[in-house]
Ligand binder design. Structure first.
Ligand code: BEZ
Length: 251
């Protein structure tokens, strides 16, 4: 779910460059442990690949995403997907659980998100999620800042994401009506099937819009800089992902 200005999504480009995002969602799915008949909200459902697994587990699922292209793709899978902003959830005590994979780092006003999730849950309901935590994609962010500064690109375009520490996120959840049961940072080096260029083009499109005609040069320089750390001897790229995974109960 993107609510960051300038970032748009194409379900086709996502399929090509980022299918691993839902494929790697198994760990958080197990923490959720969806039960037949439960009503579950999938916040930032994307193209619905992981949402489908909630439905297959017997849950009654509503997906919400900020991208019209993703909502259409999720609907095509038969999912009850709705266009919406995660900062402005309008559900009231409707869900047994709210689930979110790889979406919360795009929502940069997290207190508003947590308050909306709390309102959406029944008393005792659970909020189970995974997203980028502190130091997530640190090498990539550093390279975007360094090369961006050289070319006069607005530094705000380099790293718009919310990557909190477990302490900071636990505090935010507690302040918004949750009791945190489990929370952990999980380093997860992630192979990039279409290389670094595929990743940054998919996820940091506004940065390259900011580079104008220099975009191809900027892209080559970022790739060269990161080749020293993120590319192996066989030419394969791995991103330095760090997940923040949690279970919190509505109190
Ligand atoms: C992530 O899943 O950690 C992520 C994806 C795209 C941009 C930033 C972070």
């Amino acid at each position: 779910m993107s609510v960051i200005e300038g970032q748009t999504w194409s379900a086709h480009s996502y399929e090509e460059n980022a299918r691993f995002v839902s494929d790697l969602g198994t760990g958080v799915f197990e923490w959720l442990d969806p039960q037949p008949g439960e009503r579950i909200l999938d916040l930032g459902c994307g193209d619905g690949a992981l949402t489908e697994r909630l439905v297959a587990a017997g849950a009654v699922v509503v997906g919400v995403d900020g991208s019209p292209d993703f909502v259409d793709a999720a609907k095509a899978r038969g999912i009850d997907a709705r266009l919406g902003d995660g900062h402005e959830l309008a559900f009231e005590s409707e869900f047994d659980a709210v689930f979110s994979n790889a979406a919360l780092h795009w929502m940069t006003r997290p207190a508003e998100v947590a308050a909306g999730v709390r309102r959406a849950l029944k008393a005792g309901g659970r909020f189970v999620g995974e997203f980028g935590g502190h130091t997530n994609v640190a090498a990539i962010v550093t390279a975007l800042h360094a090369i961006g500064a050289k070319h006069g690109i607005d530094p705000a375009l380099a790293s718009p994401w919310y990557f909190p520490t477990p302490d900071a996120y636990a505090e935010l959840l507690s302040a918004n009506g949750f009791s945190v049961e489990r929370i952990a940072l999980i380093p997860r080096p992630t192979p990039l099937p279409t290389g670094l260029k595929g990743w940054v083009r998919t996820f940091r499109q506004p940065f390259f819009d900011g580079a104008g005609d220099n975009a191809p040069i900027v892209l080559n320089e970022i790739e060269e800089l990161l080749s020293h750390t993120l590319r192996d001897e066989a030419g394969r790229w791995t991103a330095d992902y760090v997940r923040l995974r949690f279970i919190a109960k509505a109190v």
